[in-house]
Design a protein around this ligand. Structure first.
Ligand code: UDP
Ligand code: MG
Length: 310
């Protein structure tokens, strides 16, 4: 009999947990042909998330939990989940029901039937974005795929069912700065995608802000970036733009009104432009340096405060 480990990262999700459990237990009861292990990771929540999880864990022995000493982020929670899971198959899903548990049945059928390594879910929601966002999203994925030489599937969710072999391969990548989408493509293996429409969050609120998303996007390219370095990059780009605008204004002004002080406009343009480029480049090398710095410290990806494992 196969065993499926269900890994659920939770950060301030007290409201979503009971709703999630209601849905997931339906699937667990329905799929009689497999055993389950339900593993909640409490990622340093500061609400009653841990209490909710413990209540569940006390009622059923197949419910496990790991509670971090602070918030380490979803990537760390995924890593801890994979490391502790014992199933022949492992699935990752969000607690907010944006990854509908009923897909597990279909994913399991596909992974068994077609003898592949992974079934993942992706969304084609970007089709509904405005023209601007769609353009940037598609450019971003193209850029990342080109730069990293690992294919990033547009719209891919973290929701997937994979074999133990693939989960172990993911665990072999022990880096501190984790970008799961990249890691999953890096390890290879045959993945089949199911397209679905992501439903709205059932309770609580998203932990993603536009700024967080932006930083996450940079992570995919350089692996990691500390905020000041990111800011220096942005400032660099900003200066390039300012210089272009200044160049245009100064050229037009010079053409119309003449040039009272010889050489001054061009000097300013060059100064603006070069300092922009310089800041931009310092930002990039700084980003790589910071990545190396955090990796070299070899700090643990997560720290467990309590668990009911073993
Ligand atoms: N999450 C986590 N640690 C964090 C942020 C989020 O474990 O620091 C969990 C969160 O509880 C949820 C999942 O990761 O189960 C996805 O988070 P969220 O719904 O905020 O992301 P979105 O769906 O908006 O991308
Ligand atoms: Mg969500």
């Amino acid at each position: 009999m196969d065993k499926i480990s269900i890994i659920v990262p939770c950060y301030n999700e007290e409201a979503a947990i009971p709703l999630f459990y209601r849905e997931i237990s339906k699937i667990m009861n329905k799929m009689k042909q497999v055993k389950f292990e339900l593993l909640f990771i409490n990622d340093g929540s500061n609400d009653n998330t841990l209490k909710e999880i413990k209540t569940l864990a006390n009622s059923k022995k197949e419910i496990k939990y790991i509670s971090f000493s602070r918030n380490f982020g979803k990537e760390a929670a995924i890593y801890a989940g994979l490391e502790h899971s014992t199933g022949d198959y492992v699935t990752l899903l969000d607690v907010d029901l944006q990854d509908p548990p009923e897909f597990i049945e279909e994913m399991y059928r596909i992974i068994k039937g077609e003898d592949i390594d992974c079934v993942g879910l992706k969304t084609d929601e970007h089709k509904e974005y405005g023209i601007f966002r769609r353009f940037f999203t598609s450019c971003y994925y193209k850029l990342v795929s080109k730069l990293s030489k690992t294919e990033m599937v547009p719209g891919a969710r973290d929701f997937r069912l994979m074999t133990r072999q693939m989960a172990d391969a993911v665990l072999e990548l022990k880096e501190y700065n984790r970008y799961s989408k990249g890691i999953f493509s890096f390890v290879g293996f045959e993945t089949k995608w199911i397209t679905y429409k992501v439903p709205k969050r059932v309770a609580g609120s998203s932990k993603w802000s536009l700024f967080k998303l932006f930083v996450y996007a940079i992570d995919a390219i350089v692996g990691f970036s500390t905020v000041p370095l990111t800011i220096s990059t942005i400032v660099g780009v900003l200066f390039c733009f300012i210089s272009i605008v200044a160049i245009i204004i100064i050229i037009i002004k010079t053409l119309i009104f003449g040039d009272p002080v010889d050489g001054w406009p061009s000097l300013v343009c060059i100064m603006f432009f070069l300092s922009g480029i310089q800041l931009f480049c310092t930002g990039i090398s700084g980003a790589y340096l910071s990545k190396t710095y955090t990796e070299v410290k070899r700090r643990p990806i997560y720290i467990i405060k309590e668990t009911n494992y073993k």
